[in-house]
Design a binder for this molecule. Structure first.
Ligand code: 4AD
Ligand code: MG
Length: 482
């Protein structure tokens, strides 16, 4: 076969240069036709749309045509032509075809029909080859790019914070241990505990739950930084919104108070959504149709807003800002509370808000994204700035429709004495965390930051409903396949 430089499907469809000779390589989605002419739908991951290859059957070897099955990898030389078929402007009139990789049609699990998302999760090594996961993969890439664009344009520096750590940033104790000790016969201390001083790092270590504490160290010199890394939580939450390994974006800013922090969170999330609207429209249209198809059986009031309309709605409207205490009041006066419909009852100040409460506020009460502030100190992490009332901290959670909490953040406690007192009260290892406390001794300033769960944002932007479908290889309890 003659060597011609390969073109991507997306470029051929976009440029539509009729008469040009091209080479394309990709995977066959379908082949149909008769003994005179065959139509091959080819996809190479660059577009939600397939490229139609037209092969005049008599011109090709019969054995070759038979090998062009769903899933096979082929290379095609041909001429771009105007297409008379519906759904595409151009197609390729094939002059030569090579099969690069055969695909045994009897064993190939992906048939040219609709498969359930559950089934596709079981064959996650192949699900990139479906329209849905192709679209999600491209949108995810664009969103990653947008994160760096946004912060770089604003003068924030990207910091790589450690993945292996000896501190528990959230103080929730939901960490995966990292060790090279022999699990069958670990060294013991005199007291009979495992002796981690003999472990690889000379102390006990874990996978990080958050890059925030190290991020703060950088912010208190560089002014504005962000981390974007994998984070790990060993919480046994088998929900559609929790992963054991997820990616988090954590900006940290010196000289920002809670209002500045909220402004940034709102601007950032709107930028991200707008970026998707401006750069991923074809994939969003596909995902929107997919969602509408999925919801056909539902009653009108249970259907979600059309995806693109929903994204525009968030970009165009101000988020509601209110305090936790105000939210509790709304919840206590709500119908589901009075009728005992909440699975977790709300018991006034001090109750931790569950996803059902967050979604009530966002979806039923305000019908807009909501930023809740000033939570009880008792239910939030040790590092949050304490308010003068002695019972709340300057926390903020951003709540989104269909998602609930998408961002958690706060102004940080900048007073050495107050921070130390809180760490003591919570029995945190203040000696080992001397480096964190040092920032409050050497030029401490008011500062703030937050963490955005990247997959939660992906859920919102793609309209997918299970977090395991917006990360290529999900990690959740009892699930670390692939
Ligand atoms: O609210 P979280 O626990 O906050 C922190 O970790 C802070 N250190 C962030 C900061 O201030 N720098 O987590 C932040 C966000 C949540 O709002 C949620 O979107 C996401 O991370 N998240 C998860 N996403 C998927 N699976 C999980 N198990 C998650 N836990 C939290
Ligand atoms: Mg949180």
């Amino acid at each position: 076969m003659e060597q011609i430089r390969r073109s991507k499907v997306a470029a051929i469809l976009k440029e539509a240069e009729v008469g040009k000779e091209v080479n394309v390589k990709g995977w066959v989605r379908t082949r149909r036709g008769n003994k005179f002419v065959n139509f091959i739908a080819l996809n190479d991951g660059s577009s939600i749309h397939n490229l139609q290859i037209v092969a005049d059957v008599p011109k090709f070897d019969e054995g070759l045509i038979k090998r062009i099955t769903t899933g096979a990898a082929i290379s095609v030389n041909g001429v771009i032509s105007e297409s008379s078929g519906k759904g595409q402007k151009v197609e390729i009139q094939a002059t030569s075809i090579d099969v690069l990789g055969d695909c045994n049609a009897d064993e190939y699990p992906l048939q040219p029909k609709k498969h359930s998302l559950e089934f596709l999760r079981e064959i996650a090594h192949l699900r990139f080859r479906t329209n849905t996961f192709g679209a999600i993969t491209r949108v995810r890439h664009s969103m990653i790019f947008a994160v760096h664009n946004f912060f770089s344009q604003k003068g924030f520096y990207n910091i790589h914070t450690p993945i292996i750590t000896s501190s528990d940033a959230e103080g929730a104790g939901e960490m995966f241990r990292v060790t090279t000790l022999d699990m069958n016969k670990p060294p013991k201390t005199e007291e009979g505990d495992v002796d981690y001083s003999q472990d690889f790092f000379g102390k006990g270590t874990h996978l990080t739950v958050s890059g925030q504490l190290e991020g703060e160290l950088a912010a208190l010199a560089m002014s504005e930084i962000y981390t974007f890394g994998p984070t790990f939580r060993a919480e046994n939450s088998n929900t559609t919104r929790h992963l054991a390994e997820f990616w988090m974006i954590e900006p940290e800013m010196a000289f920002y108070d809670l209002d500045d922090n909220m402004d940034l969170a709102e601007e950032f999330t709107k930028y991200m959504i707008n970026y998707a609207l401006e750069n991923c429209m074809e994939d969003l249209e596909f995902l929107s149709n997919r969602l509408q198809e999925e919801e056909k059986g539902k009653k009108a009031e249970d259907r979600s807003m059309e995806l693109i309309e929903k994204l525009r709605f968030v970009v165009e409207n101000d988020y509601i800002r209110l305090t936790y205490t105000e939210a509790i009041e709304i919840l206590m006066n709500s119908k589901p509370h009075k009728k005992g419909k909440f699975q977790y009852p709300v018991n006034g100040f001090g109750s931790d808000l569950q996803a059902e409460h967050e979604r009530f506020l966002v979806e039923k009460h305000f019908k807009k994204p909501v930023i809740l502030t000033d939570y009880p100190m008792s239910i939030k992490a040790f590092y949050m700035k304490q308010s003068d009332d002695g019972k709340t901290v300057r926390a903020m959670d951003v709540l989104f429709p269909q998602i609930g909490e998408i961002i958690g953040g706060s102004q940080r406690e900048e007073s050495y004495d107050k921070l130390l007192e809180r760490m003591k009260a919570l029995d945190l290892p203040e000696k080992e965390m001397y480096w964190y406390l040092d920032t409050r001794r050497f030029g401490s300033v008011p500062h703030s930051g937050f963490g955005l769960g990247f997959e939660r944002l992906m859920l919102f932007v793609t309209g997918m409903t299970n977090i395991r479908d917006v990360i290529p290889f999900p990690r959740s309890p009892k699930n670390a396949e692939f």
